[in-house]
Ligand binder design. Structure first.
Ligand code: T46
Length: 143
């Protein structure tokens, strides 16, 4: 897990963590504390058995999110239109901020991978930019 993010509109979020070995690990997300917004929506993705699956492939116009890998691993690919960065997500203690105008894809899922996302707003398809050419035009217009 990279702790230094080079792309714009991102950053690392570190969770409060209690190691209760051998009785489990406890991770805590608190809105407006370690999660930098009020949380309106939570979703998770599991059963990632297709090794060549690519999820994401979009940017958001306004939405702020934080993404975690709470089990297993995957690679998060970020692109702010200028700088690209791939991050191995394999530690539930660290999340990555997905703020607006950041193209992201998720790849290379381990079969036991579970992705958790905390979002600052409800689902709105109109907030998605799902075409890379449109994304490039959008970020030129909205710097
Ligand atoms: C993101 C990455 C990290 C809903 O109806 N409600 C929801 O809250 C979500 C998240 C999705 N959907 C629908 C929209 C699509 O018809 O579920 C379908 C699959 O969504 P999508 O292809 O966008 O899934 P991912 O994994 O590519 O992207 C998701 C989030 O949609 C997205 O906001 O940033 O995870």
């Amino acid at each position: 897990m990279v702790k230094k993010i080079k792309v714009k509109n991102s950053g690392v979020v570190k969770l409060q963590f209690y190691n209760d070995f051998p009785d489990g690990n406890l991770f805590i997300c608190e809105a407006k504390k370690n999660i930098p917004f009020e949380i309106k929506r939570i979703y998770f993705i599991n059963s990632l058995f297709n090794k060549v699956a690519i999820r994401g492939k979009h940017a958001h116009k306004k939405l702020k999110q934080v993404i975690f890998c709470i089990n297993g691993s995957f690679v998060l690919n970020l692109d702010d239109g200028k700088t690209k960065q791939s991050i191995l997500m394999n530690n539930p203690e660290y999340g990555v901020k997905l703020e607006a105008r950041l193209w992201h894809t998720m790849t290379k899922f381990s079969p036991d991978c579970v992705i958790l996302v905390l979002a600052a707003d409800y689902y709105k398809e109109s907030d998605y930019i799902r075409d890379y050419g449109e994304f490039k035009k959008y970020i030129k217009k909205h710097k």
